[in-house]
Each structure stands twice: as C-alpha cells, then as structure tokens.
Design a protein. Structure first.
Length: 347
C-alpha cells in the first residue's frame, strides 16, 4: 500500500512538472515580446483600424515608419475616401499634414509620449510593462494580454486586448474596449518588419509641399479668372453636430448661428459643472502647404488627427472644422466631447 501511494505521488508530481514546463510564464513572455518590439532600431508596419464607436463602423488603412530614436511617420487613410492624414516627427518638430485640405500644422511636442496610438508597437510594449494588473492567457498559437489603456481615450475606453503570435512574438491585433468591455476599436496588423531604418531626409516635410515645378507656376489669378476662383471657395451648408456626452449639472443653454458673408458658424454653449463651448463651421482649403505653428500636441482621435491644449481641442472631419474650448474640462474630457460628435445628434 505504501509503495503504491509513493508511486502515485511521483506520477502526480511529474505531471505537474511537465505541465508547468509546457506553459510559458507571463513574465518571460512579456519580457521577450516587449523587448523585441522596443529593441529594434526601426520598423515598418501596415495595419487596418476599424472604429465601431459612434454609429456606422469606419475602416482605415494605417502605415507606420519608425526610426530610432525619435523619427516617426504615420499615415492614416479612410477606406473608400480620398482623404488621408499624416503625423511626421523629425528633427524640426512634429507635423500634421492633410493633403486634401492643403494644410500642414507644426507642433513643438513630445508626441508620441503623450496621446500615442495602439498601432505604435513601442507604445503597446509600454502599456503591457506598466500595467501592474496585467493578465495573460495562452492559446494554441497565441498569447492574449488583457491590459489597461494609457492613451488619449483611456477614460471612455479603458480596456484593451493584445494578441501576440507565439511563433513571431509580434502583435497580430489590438481590441480597444469601453468600461463594459464592448469592442470599440480593432487594429489588425497585416505586416510588421523589424530592423527597417529610413534616412533622415525621408522624414522631411518638404516632400509633402507642392512646388512650382510639380504643380505648375501659381501666379496671381488674372482679373477674368477671379470670378471662377471665388466660386471655388463658396461655403457649403452643413448639419449641426451636438455632443452626446451626458454629464450631471451640465446642459446646453445657447445654440447660436453666426453668419459672416457666405460663411455660417454655429456656437453651442454648455453651462454647469463641466462647462464648455463648441464652435463648428465649414473647413476651408489652405492656400499653401507651408507649416502653420499650432499650440499643444497632436491628438489622434481615431477618426481624425486634431490638436489639443489644456483648454481646447480642434479637429476637421467631413468638411467641417470643430473647436471645443473649456477651462473646466480635462484633456480626456475634451476628447470625450470630440469623440461623441462623430454623428450629428439633434438636441
């Protein structure tokens, strides 16, 4: 009886030992994966981003270049639309380029240390390593991490699920979720190439400006052409958008339309504990691609790239320019307002 008991005990111990050997520890996987993503001298990646929050899902193609230490180029193109935006960080600063509007803004910012996005794999690595409540589960071909978000939408979308391929130890997808863990954003990585470095000149914003040689000499319009030129800049009517955020002791108290010539501007005033003002008007096309200095930091709202300071946030979307100002809202709360205006919701 004693020998049989000892035999069974030895077998159980061996099974437990083998089981432990076959299951990778969270610490080892995290160290290997995050190290691989951050130790590389540069990378290129292609991804798709689907945004499900705010109504009809929208799909974007995302292309990223990164060269250590601080050079970035992120291009975001909305599927089915000839609309693209680019964030470029080079030795001169941080630039947001919108070719379709012929606009370029320059920031003195430490982006992407603030307001980074989940398609930057270095930011993903930081999310994982800095989350003390990180949870990992193992599947047949992947490791899946449950982590907190740390970026611009961390209040409204605090959870994320990061899937890592066992064979390559590279991320394959990121799912951003709201506070009840409903999927809001899904990023799917199609291709990641580590070790790719681009020369400094490839990050220069000069290549995004149209010169006389590339677009033909732009002399001042002749007198007979002025009428046609003026017709091109007529402002179109637009439907007023209202934020759908609902905060206690905060309500809309004024909805005013201001007309200046052919242009119409709408001003919404909210008063209460979280008072703020929203202005919106048709977006205008820039006259040149020379960079215009902008205060604050670029902020990727998912559906567009805007600019944020401690007291304001601005962005352009679907031909409309938006501006939110407040001395009572935090940056995260201003982003909540911006995100809630994706669809016009009449009061």
């Amino acid at each position: 009886m004693g020998n049989r008991y000892v035999t069974w005990l030895v077998l159980i111990c061996m099974i437990l030992l083998l089981s432990a050997c076959g299951s990778a520890s969270q610490e080892k996987v995290l160290k290997k994966a995050s190290g691989k993503w951050t130790d590389t001298n540069g990378y290129e990646l292609e991804a798709t981003m689907e945004i499900k929050a705010g109504g009809e899902p929208r799909l974007y193609d995302v292309n990223v270049w990164h060269t250590k230490p601080d050079f970035y180029r992120v291009e975001v193109v909305e599927d089915g639309k000839d609309v693209s935006q680019m964030i470029v960080r080079n030795a001169d600063g941080v630039f947001v380029v919108t070719p379709t509007l012929n606009k370029m803004y320059k920031f003195q910012s430490d982006w992407p240390k603030k307001n980074s996005q989940a398609y930057l794999i270095g930011a993903l690595a930081e999310d994982l390593t800095k989350d003390k409540n990180l949870v990992m589960r193992e599947e047949d071909k992947a490791y899946i991490f449950e982590a907190a978000t740390r970026n611009s939408y961390k209040n409204s979308m605090p959870h994320q699920q990061i899937t890592v391929d066992k064979k390559t130890m590279l991320p394959t997808s990121v799912v951003i979720m709201n506070d009840v863990k409903e999927e809001q954003i899904r990023i799917t990585f199609k291709k990641i190439k580590l070790g790719v470095q681009h020369a400094e000149k490839e990050y220069a914003v000069d290549q995004f400006t149209e010169t006389d040689e590339t677009k033909g000499e732009q002399a001042a319009p002749k007198e007979e052409d002025k009428e046609a030129v003026g017709a091109e800049v007529e402002y179109e009517e637009f439907q007023t958008s209202y934020p759908s955020v609902k905060w206690e002791n905060t309500k809309l108290v004024d909805d005013k339309v201001i007309r200046e010539g052919d242009m119409e501007r709408v001003v919404l005033t909210y008063e209460g504990d979280k008072a703020f003002t929203v202005m919106q008007q048709p977006a205008t096309k820039g006259t040149s691609m020379l960079p215009v200095s902008s205060p604050g930091d670029p902020v990727d709202l998912g559906f567009t790239i805007g600019a944020i300071t401690d007291t304001s946030i601005s962005w352009e979307k679907d031909g409309v320019a938006f501006f939110v100002a407040s001395s009572k809202l935090t940056r995260e709360e201003m982003i909540e307002v911006a995100s809630s205006m994706l669809i016009s919701s009449m009061k």
